[in-house]
Ligand binder design. Sequence first.
Ligand code: ADP
Ligand code: MG
Ligand code: MG
Length: 886
Amino acid sequence: MTYIYDFSEGAKEWSDLLGGKGANLAEMTALHLPVPNGFTITTEACKDYLKESSGLNEKLINEIRQHIQSLEQQTMKVLGDAEDPLLISVRSGSKFSMPGMMDTILNLGLNDETVVGLAEKTGNSRFAYDCYRRLLQMFGDVVWGIDKNKFEDQLSFYKSQKGYTIDTEMTAEDWQYLVDVYKGIYMETLHKHFPQNPMEQLFHSVEAVFRSWNNKRAKTYRRLHDISDDLGTAVNIQEMVFGNSGLDSGTGVAFTRNPSTGEKGIFGEFLINAQGEDVVAGIRTPQPIAALKKSMPEIYAEFCEISEQLEQHYQDMQDIEFTIENKKLYILQTRNGKRTAKASFKICINLVEEGVISKEAGLQRITPTMITQLLHPVFEEEALKAAVPFVKGLPASPGAASGQVYFTAEAAKAASDRGEKVILVRQETSPEDIEGMVVSEGIVTSRGGMTSHAAVVARGMGVCCVAGCEELQVDEFLEQASCGDVTFGTGDVISVDGTSGLLYQGSIPKKEGEEQELLNKVLDWAQELSTLEVYGNAETPEDIQTALKLGAKGIGLARTEHMFFGEERISEVRKMILAVDQKGLRKPLEQLKKYQKNDFKEIFQLMEERPCTVRLLDPPLHEFLPKAEREIEDLAIATNRTPAQIRKRISELAEQNPMLGHRGCRLAVSIPQIYQMQTAAIIEAAIEVSQSSGFSVVPEIMIPLVSTDKEMSLLRKQLEETIEVIFELYGHRISYKIGTMIETPRACLTAAEISQSSDFFSFGTNDLTQLTYGFSRDDSAKFLNEYLNLKLLPSDPFQHLDEKGVGQLIQQAVDGITASKGAAQIGVCGEAGGDPQSIRFLRKLPISYVSCSPFRIPAAILTIAQEEIKEQAGKLKILNKLIKEV
Ligand code: ADP
Ligand code: MG
Ligand code: MG
């Protein structure tokens, strides 16, 4: 295989071999755009070089010589010619653009002799010596590792001696003098001369570019951007064109659309009488591209035309480097431009509307991360680069927040009431902390995983959260947290990045998300193509409204226990729990029913006729009892008991393994009245909303944590009896459904039997994962990291569904249900329902919907559409193949 391709041979698809820059230079050459001649040394040559570690091999040296010869023929100039020398640039370029990470050398081919020729030929010796000193500087730095500052210092020193302030004041003689000074630097630091032979310069430079693949900057960039270390870089050798050859020359960089807003129109910068490096290096402040329109209108028009052509050709916004030499325009590079999330949406939508790309193609360009960035605030890029994180936890809920630290929900609430921005830092959170969580800008926990209480609740509220910072020592009592030498206490300011999981000291400026219109457009397109519906997990009016706004077609999980925590309600809940007999139970239950019925009416009104699944009480009762001594005393007074009696009841209810204990439907088996009360509230609310609004509300009542068919049929019978009584009371019947939340392995294995007394099914993947592995959701952060480091698990199973184990159980359950009932309503309401990777698996089961936290809905809708598009494209391919075969 050959190591080198001429620009006239390659194409944009060859970026593996030619790097992005080389492939696009070839593509533009084929489009007959004004690209200076040149050739590309392949990434294969680089990989061989790095492997062999014995310098450039024979084959490569020969090929370079051959291609230099043909470049000399193309340009009618000769490398090293004393009168009209060929000058070249040596440019790195790998498959993925790594701007500024690797090295480029310009003006190669200059030496003591050719510099005179260049001066005479152009009649501009100032220009010639300027080019020469640049070569000395770049070659010294890139190839032989001489500190750049040595050159810069000499230049500054010389300028100050002369009383100059800017480079353009330097005369030919000044630059000529500086060339000698620069040569002196070579002798001083390396005791070597700058190589006068251009071929020698070239070979050294090619090696240096190969080596730059492994410099520290490049390595770090690759690690941060998930680019493989094995790709290697290509090297582009190209005839030089000179933007620094006078006032009708210049150089610039432009985007075909605004990279931060996406607005259509050329956006860029330009410098008159300058070489490419000057713009990037910030030596002189460039002018906006409009300046070019004024000074060289024809060139500007030509550039606009080429930009348009490139954008149409690549079907995407382009980032273009150009140079003008004596009123002639050259294009030196093009690539798909980097842009903000907002610009991505805007550009994508505009390209579809302009007919450049199809809707399907447009949808494939949007990523879940872009949606997240669009919806949530993010830290400003520059500020974030400058900040140093002190600890990393799990990126539990995206977004960015800065605020003052508080260690209890009450303190957080009080601070927020004072108007402070609050970050709640706790070992872990529990339902009691809700009020503090709601008012926080960000939530940090030292324990708990991706489905811990903090993570799930924060995601639901769209509050940013970093969970499971195991290295952070949180002392809630001393109100202090520390990690390494960083310690902070109440009132100290920290910043939380819920997208990366990183925490920073102090405040970092951020920019707001929220570009609803752009998002809606894309969601509309996606929903046209989806076959699987997306519902929201929500129960408060705000969350339900958010879910609907973000595209939810129903509510897949309304958790009733969240409704137990209001100030008045919790005391009724506690009275209920403390009740010893039927009589004691009745009163608090009646009170609670009133509250719940109102909640349900609100929900049904908001949902109109959309499906809405309400899950009956799930957590163990002791979660609702007070912990603090003062609260225990208050409760004793309110219930006419002694604190000792209260404490006794608390200890009676305490469990060794609450997650595996007296909760979910097991509660209803021993105290049927609670589920009966909730069911009555749901049905009454549904009847009343149906009657007053004319909607036909069909409530779906879901029973959690079922593991046997007998449990399900018993509870169903109890609830049906309650419902019949209400129908009679109201003299009005409505349709309803009673269904099972499938979240134990046994329920999966016996789903066919359970389905006999169930109208619908919804997989609770969080508990199902916990019970399948036997991993506690609240403690797994302690050991999961080690599992991931050692690759014992491919990923956190609470984040991405475990297809092999948990997925197999779900598959069996789905098969069981369909075998016994035919097509049935089956959903997924755990966190997996909002995770793109898990959705790709789940949609094939098949199921009827996934349900997730409101802020995850858009990414879920997008993922489903993208999968659909891929599948259709795949089918089309097979069809075409079949047609061809026939
Ligand atoms: P990067 O990948 O860091 O952008 P480049 O290889 O594009 O590095 O080159 C750096 C600068 O040198 C750019 O401004 C580019 O336009 C300029 N440059 C590269 N090759 C030439 C050339 N043949 N003639 C004139 N300028 C060039
Ligand atoms: Mg470039
Ligand atoms: Mg559960």
